[in-house]
Design a protein around this ligand. Sequence first.
Ligand SMILES: NC(=O)c1ccc[n+]([C@@H]2O[C@H](COP(=O)([O-])OP(=O)(O)OC[C@H]3O[C@@H](n4cnc5c(N)ncnc54)[C@H](O)[C@@H]3O)[C@@H](O)[C@H]2O)c1
Length: 384
Amino acid sequence: MERKFRYGMVGGGPGAFIGAVHRAALRLNDESELVCGCFSSSAERREEMALELGISKERNYATAEEMALAEAAREDKIDFAVIVTPNYLHYSGAKAFLEQGIDVVSDKPLTFTVEESRDLKRIAAEHGCLFGVTYTYTGHVMAREMRNLIRSGVLGDIRMVMGEYPQDFMLNQLEHSDETNIPWRSVPALSGRGGSVADIGTHVENFVNYVTGLEIDSLCCHLDNLWTGGELDNNVQTLVKFKGGATGIYWASQVAIGYGSALKIRVFGDKGALEFMQEESNYLRLTLRGKPPMILSRGSDYMTPEAKSYSRIPPGHPEGVVEAFANIYLDFCRALRDKAAGKTVVEETYGYPTIDMAIRGVEFYNKCIDSSQAGSTWVKLGSE
Ligand SMILES: NC(=O)c1ccc[n+]([C@@H]2O[C@H](COP(=O)([O-])OP(=O)(O)OC[C@H]3O[C@@H](n4cnc5c(N)ncnc54)[C@H](O)[C@@H]3O)[C@@H](O)[C@H]2O)c1
C-alpha cells in the first residue's frame, strides 16, 4: 500500500471518551487518515465534530448505514470503519460496513447476544472482511511480553488465575444524573443486559485468555448493584473453571472507591508467577520459584524481541493507553496491508484481538448474568 489507509468513524463525537483515543492512536502510527464519519446522533454535534476534524460536508454522514453505502460507491472509499458508539449500535454499524465489503474495527463488548456476534463473523467471512476488536489492554507492550513468557513455558503448569478490575466512576456518574441524563452504561436498551460485567468484566476475561490461551469451561457468578440504584450490575464476582483444569477468580467493580482503571491480572504456575497491573503498564512482575520477585521494564534488552518491537521509546519513559490502542492498530494495519497484497490473512496471528475473542466476551458476560440470576449456579460455556 503506497498511500495511507483511509478510515471513517462511527461515534466519537464532541466530548466522547474513547473515539478521541482511537483517533490519537491512529495519528501516532501515522499510517491512516480519517476521511469521514458519523460522529453523533445529533446533526449539530456531527457538524461540530466534522468541522473540528476537517471532514468535508459530503463525508459527514447521518447514519452508519448511509456512510457504508456512500463510501462503498466512492473510488477513494475508506479502507476500514471504526465503531465507537454505545454498545447497542455496534451490531448494526458493523453489519452495514461488512455488507459493503469494508473491514471493521469495533469497540467492546461487541454485541448484546452471542448470536449477533456470530452473525457478524459469518458476514465478515462471506465478504472477506477483517474484524478487529479493541480490547485495549492486549496492546500494552508488557501484555505482549506476558503472553510470550507464558507461551515459552516460564510459569510451568498454570493452575491459578486471579483477575480484578476495580473502578469507581459509576458512583459519581449516577450521583450527578437524573432521568434526563442517565449515562448510557446504566440503560439496558443502550448498554445491554450487563453493567460492569459487560463493560469491564469482559476486559478481565479477554486479557486472561489473550495472555494464557485459557478458555473458560464453566463459571459461577454473583452480580450486585451497590449504592447507586439503576437497573444494571455495578459489582461482579465470578469463580471460573478453565478447560484443562485450572481455576480462577474474577472481580470487576465500578463502585470501588479509590480505583480508576486498576486492571490487575496474576497468573500462577508451578515454576513461577506473573503479574500485570494496567496502571503500571510499563512493568511486569515475574517471580520464579525460589527466587525474589523481578520487575521487568518495558523496552529493556532482556525482553522477547517480538514484544520489544512494539515499544516506541526507551525504558523509563512511560507509554500508556494511547500506545496500547496504537499497537492494536499496528497489527490491524499489517493485516490490511497483507490483504491488499493478496496474501492469505490468518487474523489470529497478527496480535490484535479477533472476532472470536469478541464472541467469547459476549458469551462470558451473558453466562455470568444467567448464573447470577439462577442463584449463582455453575453454568457451562460453549454449550450452544
Ligand atoms: N476499549 C476500551 O478500553 C474502552 C474504553 C471506553 C469505552 N469503550 C467502549 O467504546 C464505546 C463507546 O464508549 P465511550 O465511553 O466512548 O462512550 P461515549 O458516550 O463517551 O461516546 C459515545 C459516542 O457515540 C455517539 N453516538 C451515540 N449515538 C450515535 C449514533 N446513533 N450515531 C453515531 N454516533 C452516536 C455519541 O454522540 C458519542 O459521541 C462503548 O462500546 C464502550 O464499551 C471501550
